[in-house]
Ligand binder design. Structure first.
Ligand code: TUI
Length: 317
């Protein structure tokens, strides 16, 4: 079945479930525009998740999903809430959803994990998930090692369920490229940071608008939690600590609460400004609807042009 049909959406685009950012204003706008809005529940209590689901329902009557950040300790409580609220699509990140599969499937929930490698993609397919988001290291936040360009064709070869490409996709060319590599859809995070509806502090949006292709870096590898974010004073200090073999405690002390500092307080020196490498191309503030429709319009133009490309003429044959 087509991915769009399976999920009841118009455009095969997921909005990345960015922690503290993917809240009802953004999620509702994406679903209203025909994409799949996804609530990021990272850092939420059960009651906070319920509130955000209800707020989203006030904005849209279209399908939307909830993402479970599996490093959280209260996943069972969050699952009870999303079942009670009638959520039908769940994406997962940063871990293995195996312990929760039986319950989610028993409630008819579509489960779509985000994976960073072929090995984990195959493990997820064997677990009975419905589709997979294959996320390359270009993405923001918690990332794997493999690039989207290398990951997507290998994952689409390895599994027979639908694959959604993620990491470094920010315009119609990126969508066309993901399709060329075998994906049925895309997940986009960073490009949504420069939309009117994105509920971050203006300083956060400005940092993404101002960033270039080399503005991000990955920290946290030394403690097994690699995270991509825009370089700033906090990241410089983090890198120094990592070079000096600082303990997990020291590193966590520096990054504790730093995402909230950036997202809500607009503190661009001490905050964690998670964003993907495509931030260098996110230099215009647009509405969510405009962004989604123009991305797919552009993808269609690119794909038509490529369809007319005659390789044999180019090589004089
Ligand atoms: O999860 C993400 N991106 C995230 S989560 C996040 S919240 C956070 N905040 C502060 C520090 C660290 C995290 C920010 N960004 N993307 C999806 C993703 N999932 N990337 C990689 C994975 C992943 C990794 C290992 C998925 C599965 C996995 O292992 C599964 C297994 O079988 O062990």
């Amino acid at each position: 079945m087509e991915l769009t049909q399976m999920l009841g959406i118009k455009y095969p685009i997921f909005q990345g479930a960015m922690a503290q950012i993917a809240l009802s204003p953004l999620v509702g706008a994406v679903s209203n525009a025909g994409g799949l809005g996804i609530i990021g529940s990272g850092g939420f209590s059960a009651e906070r998740l319920r509130e955000e689901i209800q707020r989203t329902k006030d904005i849209t009557d279209k399908p939307f999903a909830v993402n479970l950040m599996l490093m959280m300790e209260n996943i069972p409580e969050l699952i009870d809430v999303l079942i009670e609220e009638g959520i039908k699509i769940v994406t997962t990140g940063a871990g293995n959803p195996a312990p929760y599969m039986e319950k989610l499937k028993a409630h008819g929930i579509i489960v779509i994990p985000v994976v960073p490698s072929v090995k984990i993609a195959m493990k997820m397919e064997a677990l009975g998930v419905d589709a997979i988001v294959a996320e390359g290291t270009e993405a923001g936040g918690h990332v794997g090692e493999t690039t989207t360009m290398a990951l997507l064709p290998q994952v689409t070869n390895a599994v027979s369920i639908p694959v959604i490409g993620a990491g470094g996709i920010g315009d119609g060319r990126g969508i066309a490229a993901a399709f060329a590599l075998g994906a049925q859809g895309v997940q986009v995070g960073t490009r949504f940071l420069t939309t009117v509806e994105c509920p971050t502090h203006d300083n956060f949006k400005q940092a993404v608008l101002d960033a270039d292709d080399t503005s991000t870096t990955v920290t946290g590898r030394s403690i097994g939690g690699p995270v991509r974010s825009i370089k700033n004073k906090m990241i410089d200090e983090y890198i120094k600590l990592e070079k000096n073999n600082a303990s997990r405690d020291e590193l966590e002390k520096l990054s504790l609460g730093s995402l909230r500092k950036a997202v809500f307080e607009g503190n661009m020196d001490e905050g964690s400004v998670m964003a993907g490498q495509i931030c260098g191309m996110c230099n215009k503030l647009t509405t969510v609807e405009n962004m989604i429709t123009s991305m797919f319009d552009e993808a269609q133009v690119v794909m038509t042009k490529l369809g007319q490309y005659r390789i044999k003429e180019k090589i004089g044959n």
